[in-house]
Write a protein that binds this ligand. Structure first.
Ligand code: DGT
Ligand code: CA
Ligand code: CA
Ligand code: ZN
Length: 603
């Protein structure tokens, strides 16, 4: 059972609870929905984690859900889930894949219409086109039209895969390939190597002198469901989740050309080919054919074992994979003006972390304690971090209570900082061993910008904060003008430094909001506000092309993982990829600065 299938099952269980007794099962429903989200976005196959006894490492999958999943992995079914779902038509769970159709609507449609079990969505579409939905009680012409539009949307939505999942899968496959001694090297290429925000299919290059044997080994990858194609140098398989994996093999002497060709992008390759043609050269995954005068047959084939040599033969500096999108990288390489891209080791802080410290927030709280977060930050080698819980919910508290909660958090952070100073001093005293440790934790807050542009804490609440992030979490559909004003208003308070996940997009789920970026960039530049690159693999926001614009304008950026669990702090690597794809260097990113310098930039 793939993660996607498990997630669907958990959602079906949640829906069943909801239909049976929503009030009584309130917490169960939330728990199952949260678990479904976590499973869908887990980077490893759950079955593998279960095999290794590590199911409890997946956030939000608690003991009891874990136990039922274990039963499924062991026996292929869970009696408990079957019991919960008993009496409900299977079709309804499939209909719930249509956006806007929840458990109750799905149940109604599935029980009152004759919906086929085989292709429930297709069957609903046919009935809708015949006007059958509009005739049902509680539905009308409008809802029928909405449903038809949603179904059309589902059809065109190509599911692309999030980076962590694709990376893990690619690693499993290269591990498998290395199990064969004839494989000299195996590298994930294509969009995965370029680190695009989502990945269509997985491409892997292999260096070997025996392509046939390697491909034979590859198609026996244990999780292969189907073999799509097997030729002399290439093969393709399909693995669970309907993901295609393409492998291309090349001899070690020509491997540089394969790396270049199979990394792409297509547009980069086309532009490179045109550039080469002007020099009388033609490119392929085998090497470079060059015109030579007084030589028969006039074209000589040159092989390159490394990509560096390949680019050098074209008179170019090697181009980092993230830049290969045909947006000026060839020209920059030619004139030796490629940027010195940001690297993981440059990062000195994570500037968006949600701990489990409870200030009765408007949105989800983190799952790890402040201590655990600091411990993890030490392991990652950070100098400082920011705790950025959501603001206390305003609907549930008076201003006085909000201030009370903010003060409580400030007191705890003051104490933490006091103990950090002590331990840093202690570790520096006798042994002179330099241990990199977090020296300071900042007391920050992620504050909702309301539709009016007002921020969701009382003004004197800012007295308790070192700085604040602001973000959009609701009313995403305002006009560009309204939204731009809303954001500028939200950013205006002097203690607000960061605009977090600026487009508010969710990959595969929701488009970003509309903003007048020229106005936002200008404001950030003049008022010294920073745009966040949110490293959550579901967000990757700012998107790379806007990072590029911001960098061109000189707007400063921050990196934050938006971690709600210490494990997610490792996602910082995905923020780095976005920054690199946007041509950002160490200078463009605020949290590459040492602590003292960062503190000065705050005020
Ligand atoms: P994806 O899979 O949609 O996330 O994107 P890519 O870039 O991985 O695309 P894919 O898998 O179709 O092809 C992998 C690489 O192979 C691509 O980036 C460059 C190379 N390639 C594929 N088709 C062509 C082509 O028609 N012309 C050239 N020059 N290169 C191609
Ligand atoms: Ca691909
Ligand atoms: Ca491919
Ligand atoms: Zn947020």
């Amino acid at each position: 059972m793939s993660n996607l299938e498990i997630a669907e099952l958990l959602r079906a269980v949640a829906a069943s609870y909801q239909l049976k007794d929503e009030e009584k099962n309130k917490f169960r429903i939330i728990a199952y929905q949260k678990a479904a989200d976590a499973v869908e976005h887990a980077s490893s196959e759950l079955k593998d984690l279960w095999d290794e006894g590590k199911l409890d490492e997946v956030p939000s999958v608690g003991k009891s859900i874990g136990k039922h999943l274990g039963e499924i992995f062991r026996r292929g079914r869970s009696e408990h889930f079957e019991e919960v779902m008993k009496g409900l038509p299977n079709q309804m769970f499939e209909l719930m894949a249509i956006p806007g159709i929840g458990a109750k609507t799905a149940y109604k449609l599935a029980t009152e219409l004759k919906i086929s079990k085989k292709d429930s969505v297709g069957s609903l579409e046919k009935l809708a086109k015949k006007g059958k939905i509009a005739q049902l009680q509680g539905f009308g012409k409008d809802s029928e039209k909405d449903i038809l539009e949603s179904i059309a949307g589902v059809k065109v939505m190509v599911k692309r895969h999030l980076l962590p999942y694709a990376l893990q899968l690619a690693n499993d496959i290269t591990d498998w390939l290395y199990g064969n001694k004839l494989v000299l090297r195996a590298d994930p290429l294509g969009s995965l190597r370029r680190r695009t925000s989502t990945v269509g299919d997985i491409d892997i290059g292999v260096s070997s002198n025996n392509p046939e044997a390697v491909l034979e080994h590859f198609i026996h990858f244990p999780k292969a469901q189907r073999v799509l194609e097997k030729g002399e140098r290439t093969a393709s398989i399909v693995v669970p989740g309907n993901i295609q994996v393409d492998v291309m093999v090349q001899s070690p002497y020509a491997y540089g050309a394969l790396l270049q060709h199979f990394t792409g992008s297509k547009h980069h390759n086309i532009a490179l080919r045109e550039y080469a043609q002007k020099k009388g050269m033609s490119l392929s995954e085998y090497g470079i054919r060059t015109k030579i005068q007084n030589y028969k047959p006039k074209l000589k084939m040159y092989q390159y074992s490394t990509e560096e040599e390949f680019y050098r033969a074209l008179g170019l500096e090697w181009i980092p994979a993230e830049l290969r999108e045909c947006t000026g990288e060839i020209e920059a390489s030619l004139s030796e003006k490629l940027p010195n891209l940001l690297e993981l080791k440059d990062i000195k802080a994570d500037l968006q972390i949600h701990s489990s410290f409870d200030i009765e927030t408007s949105h989800d709280l983190g799952e790890s304690s402040m201590r655990e977060v600091i411990e993890k930050a030490n392991k990652l080698g950070y100098e400082y971090i920011a705790f950025t819980e959501h603001n206390p919910s305003q609907s549930k508290h008076s201003d006085r209570q909000v201030l009370e909660l903010l003060k409580r958090k400030k007191d705890v952070i003051d104490q933490l900082n006091y103990s950090l100073v002590k331990t840093v001093k202690k570790s520096m005293q006798p042994a002179k061993v330099f241990v990199k440790k977090v020296k300071k934790v900042f007391n920050a807050l992620e504050i909702d910008i309301r539709p009016s542009g007002k921020l969701s804490i009382p003004d004197n609440g800012f007295d308790y904060l070192d700085f604040a992030l602001v973000s959009i979490h609701s009313s995403f559909r305002q006009s560009k003008k309204e939204m731009t004003n809303r954001v500028i208003n939200g950013l205006s308070h002097p203690k607000v430094k960061i605009f977090a996940h600026p487009t508010a997009r969710k990959l595969n789920e929701r488009e970003g909001i509309e903003l007048d970026w020229e106005v936002i960039f200008e404001f950030c530049l003049n008022e010294k506000k920073w745009l966040e690159i949110n490293a959550d693999p579901m967000r990757l926001d700012l998107p790379d092309f806007l990072v590029r614009e911001a960098v061109k304008k000189g707007v400063k950026l921050t990196l934050g993982t938006d971690a709600h669990h210490v494990q997610a702090m490792e996602n910082i690597q995905f923020g780095i990829s976005v920054a690199r794809r946007g041509w950002a260097t160490l200078h463009d990113v605020v949290n590459t600065r040492p602590l003292e310098e960062f503190e000065k930039m705050l005020y």
